[in-house]
Design a protein around this ligand. Structure first.
Ligand code: FAD
Length: 137
């Protein structure tokens, strides 16, 4: 346990044959190099899919970049990546006009992007984050 149930890259707990997925699971995220636990709907779905395949004997590491799209009345916020801590935040566009991208940066890297009214830009950010991996310390 560590603020959730610890799993390895295959979402298997320290008990062989027992897997955890979704809000409860803390997994080694290859994109940040940290063990993270995320409460996002699609992450839970995709972890369920990976855990199921691994229960059936496959060996698929969970390497998805976390994201959520969340609607607040007429404002949709899209967030991709994972930033528990950051050095700086850069806003591109106009926050008041609900047309912007907010980049969270740590150690010179963009670790997460929140956007409003810029769906395509957010998907491109996801693609860029997917290509980046960090070896855990
Ligand atoms: C108010 C709210 C708003 C949210 N908005 C968003 C959003 O906009 N975008 C987004 O991506 N995510 C959002 N989330 C998060 C998202 O809902 C969760 O990440 C997702 O539901 C996690 O799925 P899960 O299967 O891991 O857990 P859960 O959906 O919590 O499922 C766990 C299930 O286990 C059951 N259970 C618990 N204990 C036992 C037991 N002892 N025996 C049997 N069953 C048990 C529970 O009843 C529950 O059905 C929101 C969450 C909340 C609460």
């Amino acid at each position: 346990m560590d603020r959730g149930v610890l799993v390895n890259e295959y979402l298997e707990t320290s008990v062989p044959g027992i897997f955890a997925a979704g809000d409860i699971a803390r997994w080694p995220d290859p994109h940040s190099g940290e063990k993270i636990r995320v409460e996002h709907w699609v992450v839970a779905e995709r972890q369920g899919q990976t855990a199921a395949k691994n229960i059936l004997g496959q060996k698929i590491p969970f390497e998805v970049v976390p994201f959520f799209w969340s609607q607040h009345y007429d404002t949709t916020i899209n967030y991709v990546g994972h930033a528990e801590h950051w050095d700086s935040i850069h806003i591109e566009g106009d926050l008041d006009a609900l047309d912007c991208s907010i980049k969270f940066q740590a150690d010179g890297r963009t670790v997460a992007v929140a956007s409003i009214g810029r769906d395509l830009e957010n998907l491109k950010a996801e693609e860029a984050l997917e290509r980046e991996t960090v070896t855990p310390a």
